[in-house]
Design a protein around this ligand. Structure first.
Ligand code: ADP
Ligand code: MG
Length: 493
């Protein structure tokens, strides 16, 4: 199926005052290349540092300076292209995109226009609903970042910080295949995951090394694409969703009012949650693109591409498939676990030599649940994979039951310690001794003779007795044993 004609399911349509509307979204993601040096100079790319500390004469555009391509950045772009299942162009070219800005000392940005290093590819996005969408990639090209203007340090002057000037960016352009804010958010999340697996970008939106330009248009289902607006430089996934929702509704209101959408560049204001006009849309010819005469065409050997392909790690889609097919996890659990390399590494350490489904259940529900509540990352987890694994072993060997395990988990979370020692020293071992359980069951039945009588007609009441016995044994009895004995003594099947 041609994804360009992909139609949103009815539940994704937006209700206007008159009609239902489909929102069409295409994203341009700018990802800072993971590299110690800039794209055309040896200056450092380190985050932070004093303003203008990481600026070579090339980055400052001193007359006569010549750019020299950084081979590592080229390899990173190829690696990313391969991760996006995209065509690699063995010959590509750098062009000058001319515009004036105080933080752009060259007066142009070196970018790739007609011949990008990476061509068409695709990204699979698994929605939490279970729906799987395929988003086409139009291209990926390399370009320089600009510097930064600082307007809030002096009452009458602006400063320019060129630390970022010349840092390598990959611009990844999607096809207009996304059909809702949720899909766009899931796509950015997936792109971030892929870039991190590949090690080609930190993809950290908070540090500004992943930014998105969000293109939005609306149409009545079945109609041709409408005119789009581009919302520039959105720097969080949540903001991208808000910007799309606001922009779609703005366009629908105009169209239902009989108006027309003007193609333009807009900005998202995080304070108001609204988009506002920044400038009318610039066209490619406004930039007077031409091949940069300081740089030869970029020619990459097929061997280089093959070597990079051979060094690719297991990517999230493959890992997810392995978790489902080999480990028997649900697609949902597998998707959650593969989102973050550290999370899947943690899970694999816990699951190794154990029941993978139980391990996934504990990692996702107990550990992630607790980490999210405290705002901790997996790296900062107070419970290690070894501790969680040892805890699961105690359940598997019937030393403790599931309920006690949760208590022990809490103890490790706050005080640390080895699960087996905690169980031993606190006397948390499961009561499997049937005579002890039998005694407890007898006591509860003797104390509740009418209920025991009723249970003969209403076998569901057995559950109540099980609960009472568990309570009486301090939650330590083996629930299966309790159930069996209760049912036998009550005479219910
Ligand atoms: P430009 O260089 O003007 O930004 P591109 O052709 O590179 O134009 O496209 C920019 C982005 O706009 C792409 O991500 C593309 O998917 C998206 N796009 C194109 N047409 C539409 C549309 N009608 N609605 C929403 N997005 C669109
Ligand atoms: Mg654009």
């Amino acid at each position: 199926m041609n994804q360009h004609v992909r139609q949103a399911s009815p539940d994704k349509l937006i209700k206007g005052a008159v009609d239902d509307w489909e929102v069409i979204i295409g994203l341009e993601i700018h990802a800072q290349v993971q590299s110690a040096a800039k794209l055309f100079s040896g200056a450092a790319t380190a985050f932070g540092g004093e303003p203008n500390d990481h600026v070579s004469l090339v980055d400052a555009a001193m007359p006569g300076m010549l750019p020299v391509i950084n081979a590592h950045c080229v390899e990173q772009a190829i690696r990313t292209g391969l991760g996006l299942k995209a065509a690699i162009n063995l010959t590509s070219r750098f062009d000058r995109k001319n515009y004036f800005y105080p933080d752009l000392p060259q007066g142009y940005q070196i970018s790739q226009y007609q011949m990008p290093i990476v061509g068409e590819g695709e990204v699979i996005v698994d929605m939490l609903s279970g729906e799987r969408i395929v988003v086409g990639i139009e291209r990926l090209h390399l370009e320089q970042d600009a510097g930064k203007s600082v307007h809030d340090l002096h009452p009458t002057m602006s400063y320019v910080d060129l630390n970022r000037s010349g840092v390598a960016l990959m611009e990844i352009v999607s096809k207009p295949d996304l059909r809702s804010a949720d899909e766009a958010k899931a796509y950015i999340t997936k792109m971030r995951t892929i870039l991190r697996y590949l090690g080609t970008s930190d993809a950290d939106m908070e540090k500004g090394n992943l930014r998105a330009d969000v293109n939005v248009s609306v149409r009545r289902p079945g109609e041709p694409f409408g005119t789009r607006c581009e919302i520039k430089n959105v720097n969080s996934i949540r903001f991208a969703g808000q910007a799309i929702d606001y922009e779609a509704r703005r366009q629908i209101a105009i169209l239902e009012d009989g108006g027309e959408i003007v193609q333009e560049t807009r900005l998202f204001d995080a304070k108001t949650g609204e988009t506002r006009s920044m400038r009318s849309k610039e066209e490619a010819h406004d930039y007077r693109y031409f091949p940069d005469p300081d740089l030869l065409p970029l020619v990459v050997a097929q061997d280089t591409v093959d070597a990079i392909r051979a060094s690719l790690p297991e990517l999230p889609d493959e890992k997810r498939a392995r978790y489902v097919e080999d480990l028997g996890l649900t697609p949902y659990d597998a998707s959650v676990l593969v989102t973050d390399v550290a999370a899947s590494d943690f899970f694999e350490a816990v699951a190794s030599g154990r029941d993978a489904k139980i391990a996934a259940n504990w990692v996702i529900n107990e550990l992630f649940g607790r980490l999210n509540k405290e705002g901790f990352s997996i790296e900062a987890s107070p419970v290690s994979a070894a501790q969680l694994g040892a805890l699961l072993d105690l359940i598997a060997s019937d030393t403790i039951n599931g309920k006690t395990a949760k208590d022990v988990f809490e103890i490790i979370w706050s005080d640390g310690g080895e699960p087996a020692e905690i169980v031993e020293s606190r006397g948390l071992k499961q009561v499997t001794d049937t005579s002890a359980i039998e005694a407890a069951v007898d006591e509860v039945i003797a104390a509740n003779p009418e209920k025991a009588e009723q249970a003969k007609a209403k076998p569901n009441l057995a559950g109540w007795f099980v609960g009472q016995v568990m309570k009486a044994t301090g939650g330590k009895a083996n629930p299966k044993a309790v159930q069996g004995i209760v049912r036998a003594k009550l005479g219910v099947e």
